[in-house]
Design a protein around this ligand. Structure first.
Ligand code: NOJ
Length: 732
């Protein structure tokens, strides 16, 4: 290749995809097509709208995570997309509950997020598409995120995420290491700055950490408008600029002729350019035979252009994930109400209340291709968030549609009220019904952080109005992250609450089996619900409007439940009060009961056979724990779980590690989970395989992972606070 040809492979151009590289016609190399997004091919028709990442995480089911990755991989492949701009891999991870994009990824814990990232990347790439794990790194707020919208107007730099080395390794890098291990072909650098450098021009995080320490062999591509300068990005390790001259160049026309000149005059070594091209083409050629791989079948700039239907039978996995994600957080059966509902034939009336219960009055395409919810009110049931992480649904089975279909033969009369503003009329329907299902929602989107943590369209007032007149008020929430539920949660007439997350196109079909007890809810929360905003770590969305806004990650390792556990310790210590969370990370009830046996730990060395692209993360070698990989399995912990109730159900047994106190680590950190489906009376063994990394902390001084000396505590249980068996152990 000539220099100009090589540069073409590294630069974005205009075309029918959200991004495409340049061609090298002389060698038969066509443009590579890059397309959003994490829950479906966007903005493209004749595709599925999958459950969001956060919903998938709430299943805690590895098989479903992989099944979603497979199905998404097939749709991107069949549309002719070479690089899928997903999944979101811990950027954002959810440092702030206000984060506009938290729902795109897999919840607010690095370990859970890492498992889901690994499963998704591996499964999707097996279908031929190359994944792009994003957004690297410490991209935790939308406010002040990007220069291309703010530089022109106010001359402002993007937010700088300022974090220390230990926090970077143990929290934000962890899920990316899992994506690298799973073999991700590309990674997207983010809009924000990291410790004062643009993330797409940061030698430390790109060259030194991602490419050297993790040994990432694929390409780093910029977020759309994340490049600020050709020379510094190229030298810092960025391999592709997007969209380059695409989008008419308005996001910054970098690389291209400028890179040719910099290589020709020796500023950027030609070896660096060769490296860029190899990093782009190696994963592509590993997974795709470009002579047979489909060409794009759509035009992302024209959603009316004819295109192929790639949905196969993916509605099944969409329904299954939506159903398994549903998390029961309150259920009071004492007064004869709560969930599951009685058999349909034994009910005469059921109220279905709220705009979130039924379809958007304006249709799926009413907002063009930008997001599903451009209207503030009456926008219909929330199945997804907005922005580039959104996808068109081919149809939406809303909750009311699925309920009507279920009760049609012999079930209750349905008394519906499908807006949130006429509380009197809504209460009238509920007062005539044996039970009332109240649907509330919240919406989040790329480009802006959440304005508040309350339900959308006065959902709280709606719940209160219904609970005032109906003794069996059941709340269902379609939400992108936590909301504050304190105004109504303890109302005695609120008998049950389900978090149904963002379920995608099969929303109602996922919900009905849980409502009527054909399936017991088995989701667990992938983030914590607090009682008030001030219970989250402070400074979490910086909105101080200065030239160079700074977000200092002063909470360090105390992320989500770890912060709450930390508070909890302080409560005990200072006898303070009222800072226990509403529902903690990992929490979720069932229609049945589970008991746990005793946790046991055995030394069981197993050579790492899960790293498709082995990392080169440095660690302290020891004779106690031999082996050459961070991902060798050193110990296996097991615990028996028994279904002691009267219906079938599934329990997500969780393992938390407490490092020796001297390490200053959070009180406990998730290091394993196992979901067991159990019939009444049945027992199963939950197994947690502990890798070297699971037992290590990042030692800043020696710049390596080390298993600390001293006594660990391992706790197994039903949530991050509900430990059923605790053992002490030394590993070093
Ligand atoms: C910006 C978003 O941050 C990124 O996730 C997306 O892939 C690109 N835009 C392209 O739409």
């Amino acid at each position: 290749m000539t220099i100009a040809e090589k540069v073409n492979v590294t630069t974005g151009f205009n075309g029918n995809c959200v991004g495409q590289t340049g061609q090298v016609p002389r060698l038969g190399l066509t443009a590579l097509c890059l397309e959003d997004g994490p829950l479906g091919v966007r903005p493209v028709r004749r595709v599925s709208q999958f459950p969001a990442g956060v919903t998938t995480a709430a299943t805690w089911n590895r098989d479903l995570m992989a099944a979603r990755g497979t199905a998404l991989g097939q749709e991107f492949h069949d549309k002719g997309v070479n690089i899928w701009l997903g999944p979101v891999t811990g950027g954002p991870l959810g440092r702030s509950p206000f984060g506009g994009r938290n729902w795109e990824g897999f919840g607010s814990d690095p370990y859970l997020h890492g498992v889901a990232s690994y499963m998704t990347v591996q499964a999707a790439q097996a279908e031929g598409v190359v994944t792009c794990s994003k957004h690297y790194i410490a991209y935790e707020q939308e406010t002040f995120r990007d220069g291309f919208t703010i530089l022109t107007s106010t001359n402002q730099l993007p937010i700088s995420s300022n974090l220390d080395d230990k926090t970077a390794h143990e929290v934000y890098l962890w899920p990316f290491a899992e994506a690298v291990r799973a073999g991700t072909g590309t990674i997207m650098c983010s809009y924000n700055e990291v410790n004062g450098s643009h993330a797409c021009a940061d030698d430390h995080t790109l060259n030194q950490v991602l490419k050297q320490e993790l040994g990432f062999q694929g390409a780093i591509l910029s977020d759309w408008g994340g490049t600020w300068d050709t020379e510094s990005s190229a030298l810092a390790g960025m391999d592709v600029t997007m969209p380059g001259s695409g989008f008419s160049g308005f996001l910054g026309d970098f690389f291209g002729d400028e890179l040719v000149a910099l290589v020709e005059n020796g500023t950027v070594p030609e070896a660096r350019l060769d490296d860029m091209v190899l990093r782009v083409l190696t994963p592509i050629l590993q997974h795709q035979d470009l002579s047979t791989y489909p060409q794009p079948t759509f035009n992302a700039n024209d959603i009316t252009a004819p295109t192929n239907n790639v949905r196969r039978d993916h509605y099944k996995v969409i329904q299954a994930i939506g159903q398994e994600a549903i998390t029961l957080v309150k259920n009071n059966r004492k007064t004869g109400g709560g969930l599951p509902l009685p058999a349909p034939a034994s009910m005469s009336s059921l109220a279905v209340i709220g705009e979130d219960a039924s379809a958007s009055l304006y249709g799926a395409t009413s907002c063009g291709n930008s997001g599903s919810s451009c209207l503030i009110e009456n926008n219909g049931t929330v199945t997804t968030g907005g922005g580039s992480g959104w996808a068109f649904p081919p149809y939406t089975i809303d909750p009311l549609a699925a309920i009507n279909a279920f009760v049609c033969a012999d079930g209750p009369d349905i008394n519906q009220h499908l807006e949130n503003w006429d509380l009197g009329a809504a209460a009238m329907q509920a007062s005539q019904s044996e039970a009332a299902l109240v649907f509330i929602s919240a919406y989040a989107t790329e480009g802006t952080d959440r304005l508040n943590l309350t339900a959308y369209s006065q959902g709280d007032a709606l719940v209160e109005a219904i609970a005032a007149v109906n003794k069996n008020t059941i709340v269902i929430m379609h939400i992108p992250g936590p909301i504050i539920v304190e105004s109504w949660i303890d109302h005695p007439n609120v008998t049950a609450v389900l978090v149904a997350h963002l379920p995608g196109q099969e929303s109602g079909n996922s919900l009905v089996p849980v409502l009527w007890g054909q399936a017991s809810p088995s989701g667990k929360l992938p983030y914590t619900f607090a009682k008030q905003e001030s219970d989250w770590p402070p400074n979490n969305i910086v909105s101080t409007d200065v030239f160079a806004p700074q977000a200092d990650f002063t909470e360090k390792l105390l992320f989500d439940y770890k912060a709450h556990l930390f508070h909890f310790r302080q409560i005990r210590w200072f006898d303070a009060k009222n800072i226990t969370p509403r529902w903690e990370f990992g929490f979720g009830l069932s229609y049945t009961d589970f008991t746990y046996g005793e946790l046991s730990i055995a030394k069981t060395f197993k050579v790492d056979n899960t790293s498709i692209q082995p990392t080169s993360e440095p660690f302290l070698k020891s004779t106690t724990n031999p082996g050459s990989s961070m991902y060798d399995i050193l110990y296996t912990a097991t615990i028996t779980v028994k279904n002691t109730g009267s219906v079938s159900g599934a329990e997500v047994a969780q393992l938390y590690v407490s490092f020796p106190e001297s390490e200053g680590e959070p009180p406990s950190s998730l290091r394993g989970f196992d979901k067991l489906a159990l019939a009444p009376g049945e027992s199963g063994v939950a197994t947690f395989e502990l890798t070297r990394k699971d037992l290590s902390v990042w030692d800043v001084q020696s710049q390596r992972w080390e298993i600390p000396q001293g006594t660990f505590k391992l706790s197994a249980g039903a949530s991050s606070r509900d430990f059923r068996s605790v053992v002490s152990h030394s590993f070093a």
